[in-house]
Design a protein around this ligand. Structure first.
Ligand code: UD2
Length: 318
């Protein structure tokens, strides 16, 4: 039997993934509070639902703000984080304050306010560069960056809160998420958002290395589906799940698919491989399929087309 969502808090709800979760929750008739400090999220991401949610501009590092946002909630979707791997490498201490301590504060606020379940955003980064593919949750983690360590620590704390405090927790290891609203403006942005912008501006993209590296790109709406399943499925508390598609896309091919959508005929410039880059990343989603009923429904070309349409409009508004 599925649990009901009830009232929900989305931390980082003005960000790329969080805003899509908030939108889906509103569509399902949930009462939604979004907590975001707007450090990387944007209010514009909430335009469509702004009148139907409670928006709190605040920080997950502030226990009082968190506590009042969590009060009366059944479910918390914890998406707030410093999401860039390189940023955590440059700022190991400040990123840990948000990603480690901030997450403990979210779990603690949930516990103290009688929240039923917390769904946490984790990452495929926890696998590091172990060569076995596809990655399964049974593999030993091998974190190679502060970001990966922080996400792994989050998973341990989530399991601890499940075991020790009877707070239900579920962690989702996102692979490479893409879709509308992913911010292309930083050099560390997701490759799809960067290539979309380059193709639309008819600029040559940069590919790190030979471009034969591959990724498992999952459309943001499928990640939303995973979050809702993780919040409502009984008997999955304390577990972690890979969220991807089990399909791999080569970075060279990715550019040519995006260039074709934009009618851009430029070839990429190949530069040195990016330090710390992993070569191949591919998810086994067997566990999520079996235990959550997760099944990605957006195939890659459809997701790319939808994402492209959004960037085309977004580029016009800039
Ligand atoms: C993803 C996640 C990251 C972490 C990591 C775990 C995103 C945006 N980042 O990092 O949070 O979970 O996986 O391993 O999902 N590339 C280019 N040219 C560009 C930009 C990127 O060639 O202009 C290449 C890059 O070298 C890499 C691939 O594209 O091989 C994907 O890069 P990314 O930054 O989108 O994501 P990734 O897999 O490094």
């Amino acid at each position: 039997m599925a649990l009901t969502l009830g009232k929900a808090l989305v931390t980082g709800g003005a960000g790329f993934i969080g805003s899509h979760i908030a939108e889906a929750l509103v569509a399902q008739g949930c009462e939604v509070t979004v907590l975001d400090n707007l450090s990387s999220g944007r209010l514009a991401n909430l335009d469509v639902i702004r009148e139907r949610i409670t928006f709190v501009e605040g920080d997950i590092e502030d226990p009082e703000v968190l506590s009042s946002a969590a009060r009366g909630c059944d479910t918390v979707f914890h998406q707030a984080a410093v999401v860039s791997v390189p940023q955590t490498i440059h700022q190991p201490v400040t990123s840990a304050a948000v990603n480690d301590l901030g997450t403990i504060k979210v779990l603690e606020a949930a516990r103290q306010n009688g929240v039923r379940r917390v769904v946490l955003a984790s990452s495929s980064a926890v696998y590091g560069d172990v060569p076995q593919l596809p990655k399964t949750e049974a593999m030993a983690p091998s974190p190679l960056s502060p970001y990966a360590i922080q996400k792994l620590t989050n998973e341990f704390y989530a399991e601890l809160y499940h075991r020790m405090y009877a707070l239900q927790t579920v962690c989702l290891r996102y692979f490479n998420v893409y879709g509308p609203r992913q911010d292309p403006s930083s050099p560390y942005s997701g490759v799809i958002s960067i290539f979309m912008r380059k193709a639309l501006e008819n600029q040559q993209p940069m590919i790190y290395g030979d471009g034969r590296q591959t990724r498992d790109f999952v459309f943001v709406k499928d990640v939303v589906q995973a979050n809702i399943l993780a919040a409502t499925h009984e008997s999955v508390s304390g577990r972690v799940f890979n969220i991807g598609t089990s399909n791999s896309v080569e970075i060279n091919a990715l550019w040519y698919s995006i260039a074709a959508l934009a009618g851009c005929i430029l070839s990429p410039e190949h530069v040195d491989p990016r330090p710390g880059d992993i070569v191949h990343s591919l998810a086994s989603i067997q566990r999520a399929k079996e235990q959550l009923g997760f099944q990605p429904v957006h195939d890659f070309s459809e997701g790319l087309q939808k994402t492209f349409e959004w960037y085309r409009q977004y580029a016009r508004k800039e």
